[in-house]
Design a protein around this ligand. Sequence first.
Ligand SMILES: Cc1cc2nc3c(=O)[nH]c(=O)nc-3n(C[C@H](O)[C@H](O)[C@H](O)COP(=O)(O)OP(=O)(O)OC[C@H]3O[C@@H](n4cnc5c(N)ncnc54)[C@H](O)[C@@H]3O)c2cc1C
Length: 394
Amino acid sequence: MGINIYTNCILSSFPLYLPHLIVSRDGGRLYSHFNLDIIFGANTRTPSLDAIELVMDIQKNIPLKDLTTFKIGGIARFFCRVTSEDELLEAIGFSKKEKIPFFVLGGGSNILVSDKGFSGIVIKMEMKGVSYSEDGISTLVTAYAGENWDSLVDEVVEKGLYGIENLSAIPGTVGGSIVQNIGAYGVEVRDVVESVYVLDVKDDEYKTFTRAECKFGYRDSIFKSDKDRYVIISATYRLSHRENIHSEYKDIKNYFFHNRNKKITLKNIREAVIEIRKAKFPDLAIHGTAGSFFKNPIVTTDKARTLLEMYPEMVTYPINQKHVKIPLAWILDNVCHVKGLRKGNAGPYKNQALVVVNYGGSQAVDVIALAQDMVDMVYEKTGIEIEPEVEYIA
Ligand SMILES: Cc1cc2nc3c(=O)[nH]c(=O)nc-3n(C[C@H](O)[C@H](O)[C@H](O)COP(=O)(O)OP(=O)(O)OC[C@H]3O[C@@H](n4cnc5c(N)ncnc54)[C@H](O)[C@@H]3O)c2cc1C
């Protein structure tokens, strides 16, 4: 693994220089145990969940609504914020001891919490810290799971590192970025993931996953498919010093076409994405949402051909020789005409029908009823079974 080999080898030859080689964001004040994990290979340690002593503050009956971007949901029976690996072990130990389920919460930007809440323990990941190590033309950036994703993007763009600028302004945390394999404007996070360091709750072991072992797919990863097993502690991204711009996506091309005075640079791509997204998504300070509620459907080329006969203006994006992706927003707008649809106070966003919005005081049941209507309409008109991207927590 890149980081372990690199640091171990440097350490054995020049131990005294190590603090200069692994630079944490605040000059190394907080992250000494993190750096030691990297040095000694944290994945070799074995936590003992049975021996955990409970000293942390585990709260009861905490409303989850304000911990999600949808601003919907009931209470968590138990709740805690974890800021270290020890606290994480305590929280998992608590769930095992009490025989209750746990749910790991990041920024709450891809979930819809049931109106009845969650009857287990919600573990809010607040482990923070970022460190950098050089590896040829790349920099390996390791961030703890509780880091805010967009702050990380901002920081690496300022440092002149290429790779995640197209993923600017996506809400949530580093942990969530990996679980979901976030994607936007022609880039997915898997393109730059080097490794992911986790607590395996089933085997009581720390493990490091390579990119291939993460089994990334479209808004998918092993951490999602094997959900109650892994808690992501940190992720390492391989970012490049060399210019590597992705500006071929239609919206980005249009942006630079209309802003001809702007050069296509790393910082300007970030600026472009932030501006494009402002028009597509509601302001989270005003309306609740979890972004795109459904995944864009992937259909066979035969199916797409049939649909194109019915809707010749429909756009398709090739995935491989046999499959294409269809922008669901186009179907919702032009085939299903969902504009203005409401259940309670939940409805599709005026600028992007794929985005379901809580226009104020909506409940999870409203969103579910609306989503069901959308699923039925799309199936009736196109024969496509659409799937939610947002996860329902009950
Ligand atoms: C306005 C808006 C725009 C969006 N745009 C995009 C977009 O362009 N592209 C895109 O891909 N997504 C987008 N999203 C969705 C969302 O921002 C991402 O999926 C984000 O990565 C979720 O991160 P989070 O920390 O909020 O995760 P949460 O919503 O808190 O959790 C999501 C899932 O990840 C799990 N999880 C979180 N942290 C950990 C951890 N440390 N260990 C194990 N499991 C964990 C949770 O248990 C849950 O299953 C958007 C959302 C909003 C509100």
